[in-house]
Design a protein around this ligand. Structure first.
Ligand SMILES: [Zn+2]
Ligand SMILES: [Zn+2]
Length: 162
């Protein structure tokens, strides 16, 4: 591939193209979004994963998206989770929303976090009827467990009466 002059610095030649505007960007000017840049890499949309962004797209797009995701993740960690077995605590809460589901998670924590993350994205901070199921896949030493989850987002916070 022909080397192009970086459109940010107008100096360095590069083969790298920005993942957003597709203009040539040198390594010095580009920002890479990879596993090192985000704790929960698999939570970020594919449009951002393993891409390089030129200086201006990073400012106007990539870093804003990542900040937004970090913010969502922070809120997700504070979502109130009520398991299905806690039905007596949540029985007076009206289930108005469609349930949300996630699949192919690595463990129980990831399953919960993904459910909570989805809840925050649609504007909820409490989940009830939460159920997590695991199933075994593969054979012998390739055997592993994958988890899926189910939850109903609800409006109100539950005021504990005990
Ligand atoms: Zn450059
Ligand atoms: Zn760009």
């Amino acid at each position: 591939m022909e080397k192009l002059v970086c459109h940010s610095c107008d100096k360095n030649k590069t083969e790298l193209l920005c993942g957003h505007c597709h203009m040539a960007t040198c390594k010095t000017c580009a920002t890479f979004v990879d596993e090192d840049s985000f704790d929960f890499f698999n939570f970020i949309p594919e449009a951002l994963q393993n891409k390089a962004f030129c200086h201006s797209c990073n400012l106007s797009y990539a870093s804003k998206e990542i900040d937004r995701l970090q913010e969502t993740l922070k809120k997700a960690k504070q979502v109130n989770i009520y398991r299905k077995e806690q039905g007596t605590e949540t029985r007076f809460i009206r289930r108005m929303q469609k349930p949300i589901t996630v699949s192919d998670c690595q463990d129980e924590n990831e399953t919960l976090l993904r459910l909570a993350f989805m809840a925050v994205q649609i504007g909820f901070s409490t989940l009830v009827d939460v159920q997590i199921n695991s199933k075994k896949i593969g054979e012998g030493r390739y055997k592993k467990y994958v988890f899926d989850g189910f939850a109903v987002p609800v409006d109100s916070k539950i005021h504990k009466s005990f």
